[in-house]
Design a protein around this ligand. Structure first.
Ligand SMILES: [Zn+2]
Length: 80
């Protein structure tokens, strides 16, 4: 179903895992839980074009502060 059976970065073995993708737009951050192919050797995550589009869409929404439909789970802090 996916285009890769080996990692395109290091040639390592790939496994499908549930991962948390952090998307940041402007000052806002959202965590998206997705199923992605992850390299067991270097940790590279291979997202589908649909998933990448979804992340970009979410990033734009965060930049515009369109956060309706997103669940508020906590504040985001940054330490210099
Ligand atoms: Zn790899």
């Amino acid at each position: 179903m996916r285009g890769f059976d080996k990692c395109p970065v290091c040639g390592g073995e790939i496994a499908t895992k549930d991962v948390e993708k952090i998307v940041r737009g402007g000052a806002h951050t959202a965590a998206v839980h997705v199923r992605a192919d992850v390299c067991l050797h270097c940790g590279e995550r291979l997202y589908t074009p649909e998933q990448v589009r979804r992340f970009e869409d979410l990033r734009r929404k965060l930049q515009r502060r369109e956060t309706q439909g997103l669940k508020h789970v906590g504040e985001f802090f940054e330490v210099a």
